[in-house]
Design a protein around this ligand. Structure first.
Ligand code: ZN
Length: 287
């Protein structure tokens, strides 16, 4: 039986300027951002989360992405597309059951329609916006990535059907988190042995340097919000959404999966090749 594991992978980087990521910072300094994506292996069929850059930019960035290359230049090895990386780990692309999408921005859509038996799980609001974005957001959407024939799409409708449990066993739950884009969603991955991991896509970025100090002048305070112990993982391994007093999503408690994952990534750059070990599912409904 296939273990339930989470793999953190990377499909290249984007070269840009620091001010493209941190407003008004850097004085034109160069900046390079990693483009991560994730694979969850599961006995009921695997899931690819996002998929990173489309493989076409490995050989023809400007031909595929167009003018946005003036701002974000993709660096991608020919064998680093998401399909090849799933294969390289020893998994069959035909066994991917879901491709789930946070935003449909160009550095997240590399898996859209690329796995023959997969259903795409995307927020309806994001899909609609991607076809007719505002002028200031248009550069981030590459229509060729998501306007594809013969692709099966499961739409989600924001808060109306939020917390969709894709496998029915708590392994992967969607969390509607608009803001970075109108239909952005995050993913709560419950790993009974390694703890829960909240994959926030582009919904969270570090508040640091000038931005944090500017906001502090405005009276905002940035403190980690610690959820109650019962919310951060009880004896049964289940974890509910963490909410701060204001009701908004807050960070997980120290020691939960996201922080451990962050530390591990900081230390090593990537997760271990065999992924997080999540054998011995506690929810017990896997087949
Ligand atoms: Zn984005």
């Amino acid at each position: 039986m296939t273990d339930i594991r989470l793999y953190m992978l990377q499909s290249g980087t984007l070269r840009c300027k620091l001010h493209n990521i941190k407003m008004n910072e850097g004085n034109g300094a160069d900046y390079e951002i990693p483009v991560p994506f994730f694979l969850i292996t599961h006995p009921k069929g695997h899931t690819v989360i996002d998929g990173g850059n489309a493989i076409e930019v490995a050989t023809d960035p400007r031909g595929y992405w167009g003018k946005i290359c003036d701002v974000y230049w993709p660096i991608l090895g020919r064998d680093k597309g998401c399909v090849d990386q799933v294969k390289a780990l020893g998994f069959d692309p035909a066994d991917v059951r879901y491709v789930v999408h946070s935003p449909l921005h160009l550095d997240h859509t590399g898996a859209f329609g690329r796995f023959p038996n997969a259903r795409q799980v995307v927020q309806r609001a994001e899909y609609q916006y991607a076809f007719a974005p505002d002028w200031f957001a248009a550069g981030g959407y590459i229509r060729k990535d998501f306007d594809r024939q013969g692709v099966k799409i499961d739409f989600l409708y924001g808060v109306a059907d939020d917390h969709c449990d894709l496998y029915g066993d708590g392994t992967l739950t969607t969390v509607f988190s608009p803001g970075h884009s109108p239909g952005h969603q995050s993913f709560l991955v419950r790993l009974p042995r390694s703890g829960p991991v909240l994959l926030t896509g582009d919904a969270v970025r570090p508040l640091g340097g000038k931005i944090a100090s500017r906001l502090s002048h405005l009276g905002h305070r940035h403190r980690p919000v610690r959820p109650k112990a019962a919310e951060s993982g009880g004896a049964d391994g289940r974890v509910d959404r963490h909410r701060s007093r204001s009701g908004r999503l807050a960070g997980p408690a120290p020691g939960t999966g996201l922080l451990r994952l962050t530390k591990q990534v900081r230390k090593t750059g990537l997760l271990p090749k065999n992924g997080l070990n999540v054998r011995n599912m506690r929810n017990g409904k896997s087949q």
